[in-house]
Design a protein around this ligand. Structure first.
Ligand code: NAD
Ligand code: TDX
Length: 357
């Protein structure tokens, strides 16, 4: 592997922290620069184990600030970008859509402009390698499925929430910069991730926290909505494979062939939690609480990742039951992380560390 300086945006978040860890450990000759605004979802405690590695650098900054982004690219001359920074929670997008437009759309276009300014025209010559812009996106851009069918890379976009509309828009801009300016861009659209360092506003970590603390588990509507769950480390591995092997301008779907209705998933989680917390079987399930449905709630997502499996040889590594149990073990072992996040204490550390920047 050649030496490279790669910008990862959103590396202090859930998926970003797993990706940064993978790249820092696997590619000692890569310099990984993690740019993150440290919103409520960004947490440097997610990266404690690698923060002192010589090939890792953290920069606090906002992708919505175009002047800052342009300066950053001019200074660092990145050889590649893996873009994960985003507002990621559907419920928050329903109460504050503009925040999602700013970060997910404007922020992405700012990064594209900065990349275009330093990369285009690409260097020519025998050993020249085009720097790559990798955009991490979601299956939610494809909209909602009925009882059958799966999303493929050619499924028409049909987003329904402000979150998915903003991600769809950013995907279109990335493709437009490839088609119009010749930017070496790739996109992947992944299904729901789960695993360690997942912020406890999302279904699985929120439910683990509530079950542990004997609080009600809110299930939207009848709990019949279906999601396709993938172990977060398998997503990070897929990004690695695609970043290094995809042809410019390509899209890959990433998913686990692992569909669960929300209620079946939560029943399984309750069973695991009963065992881990030495409760009588059925005890945790008593906390299930059906609440008002999410507005515009997509019924079913299912990802067909055949293209990625056939062309690049990626396959998911973990069965869901095993992955869910590992996830529960992680949250029960890392009580301090969970308590700091739920109490908001994790922010105090950055306020002191970054207040003068
Ligand atoms: P997350 O909310 O856990 O993390 C997002 C990170 O982006 C945080 O660290 C936050 O501080 C940072 N950020 C937000 N606004 C920023 C800004 N203006 N400037 C710089 N940094 C900013 O999200 P996640 O779940 O890790 O998702 C990462 C990416 O993967 C997102 O683009 C999301 O759309 C996509 N994705 C997520 C899932 C999933 O299941 N979580 C599935 C498919 C795709
Ligand atoms: O309290 C809850 N109760 C509930 O029933 C929450 C938070 C969610 N739900 C339902 C809504 C969804 O059908 O559970 C399902 C999963 O919800 P989330 O964890 O909020 O994820 P989702 O809306 O599916 O979006 C996730 O996957 C795709 C990520 O948040 C996105 O960033 C990613 O793009």
């Amino acid at each position: 592997m050649k030496n490279k300086k790669i910008l990862v945006t959103g590396g202090a978040g859930f998926i970003g922290s797993h990706l940064v860890r993978l790249f820092v450990n696997k590619y000692p000759n890569y310099q990984i620069v993690n740019l993150d605004k440290l919103t409520y979802a960004g947490n440097l405690a997610n990266l404690r184990d690698i923060e002192n590695k010589p090939n890792y650098q953290f920069i606090k900054g906002d992708i919505v600030d175009a002047a800052f982004i342009n300066e950053l690219f001019a200074e660092h001359k990145f050889d590649g970008v893996i873009h994960l920074a985003a507002e990621s929670h559907v419920d928050r997008s329903i109460s504050n859509p503009l925040e999602f437009v700013m970060t997910n759309v404007i922020g992405t276009v700012n990064l594209l402009n900065a990349a275009k300014a330093i990369w285009i025209p690409y260097p020519s010559g025998k050993d020249a390698e085009a720097p790559r812009f990798y955009h991490v996106s979601t299956d939610e851009v494809y909209g909602s499925l009925g009882e059958t069918g799966m999303f493929t890379e050619t499924t028409a976009y049909d987003p329904h929430s402000p979150y998915s509309a903003s991600k769809a828009s950013s995907d279109h801009f990335v493709r437009a910069y490839h088609d119009t300016y010749g930017l070496d861009a790739v996109i992947s659209n992944c299904s729901n991730n789960y695993g360690s360092f997942h912020f406890p506003e999302k279904l699985i970590p929120l439910s683990i926290y509530n079950i542990k603390n004997n609080k009600p588990i809110p299930i939207y509507g009848k709990g019949e909505n279906i999601r396709d769950w993938l172990w977060v480390e398998d997503h990070a591995r897929a990004i690695d494979v695609i970043y290094h092997n995809a042809k410019a301008g390509t899209t890959y779907n990433i998913g686990g062939h692992n569909e669960w209705t929300n209620i079946d998933l939560i029943r399984l989680l309750c069973k695991i939690m009963d065992k881990k917390l030495n409760r009588n079987e059925g005890e945790s399930a008593k906390l299930i609480n059906y609440v008002k449905d999410r507005a515009g709630h997509d019924l079913r997502y299912a990802i067909d990742s055949t293209k990625l499996q056939n062309e690049l040889g990626w396959t998911p590594s973990l069965q869901f039951e095993e992955g869910l149990e590992k996830t529960v073990d992680w949250y029960l072992t890392n009580e301090e992380w969970l308590n700091n996040v739920t109490s908001g204490d994790y922010k105090k550390y950055y306020e002191i560390q970054y207040s003068k920047r």
